[in-house]
Design a protein. Structure first.
Length: 205
């Protein structure tokens, strides 16, 4: 039975906060009451930060990473190797790989993995735009860094087949299995992830 509140405003705040992943109504209530105890400017600042995030963030037109500009800082940096493209599941994976400090190429964010049970097919992901990037030329190597799950393996295999069907002879590699089977990139420690990048191997089917 859901707890009833004497304040409609509190109820609305709890309902909104509980929509966040991993936040139940009890946690949402704790957050809401905490904000009520703080200075008004602190709560307003949090609200403005969220609004600015939602309104100001867009997706890079090249790699689909989050950005405040049409092209993200990684894609526009002259220090990055555009001939080397690391394909990842989501934005969190970009952050994880960047944290290793061992990668100087660019990225391509798929926005998910092929998972029929979740209603995600190839057309739901940024796979076609990856193939378009490859066809444009200038890419020497594609690193498939989607993790070590069944969904990741399915996605990698699908992408590999599309690349070869496109007639491209671009080199396709995958992370070394320092990433344990069943692991997602974002939960892999930086040292293991860095080693897996450096020791990457040719993709095999």
């Amino acid at each position: 039975m859901e707890q009833e509140f004497s304040s409609v405003l509190l109820e609305n705040a709890v309902s909104s906060l509980s929509r966040l992943p991993g936040v139940g109504r009890k946690t949402a209530l704790r957050f809401a009451l905490h904000l009520l105890r703080r200075e008004e400017c602190e709560a307003v600042g949090i609200g403005e930060a969220i609004i600015n995030l939602r309104k100001g963030i867009r997706y890079c037109s090249v790699c689909h990473n989050i950005s405040e500009e049409t092209v993200c800082p990684i894609c526009s940096s002259p220090k990055r190797r555009r001939s080397l493209v690391c394909v990842v599941e989501n934005v969190r994976d970009v952050m994880s790989i960047e944290a290793t400090g061992r990668y100087d190429g660019v990225y391509h964010v798929l926005g998910g993995l092929i998972s029929p049970i979740d209603g995600l097919g190839p057309d739901s992901l940024e796979i076609a735009s990856l193939i378009d990037r490859i066809k444009e030329g200038g890419i020497d190597e594609i690193i498939l860094a989607t993790g070590a799950t069944v969904e990741a393996d399915t996605t990698d295999f699908y992408i590999y087949r599309l690349i070869r069907r496109s007639g491209s002879d671009v080199k396709v590699t995958q992370l070394a299995r320092g990433v344990a089977v069943g692991n997602e990139i974002e939960y892999t420690d930086e040292a293991t992830l860095a080693r897996s990048l450096v020791d990457r191997t040719p993709f095999t089917v």
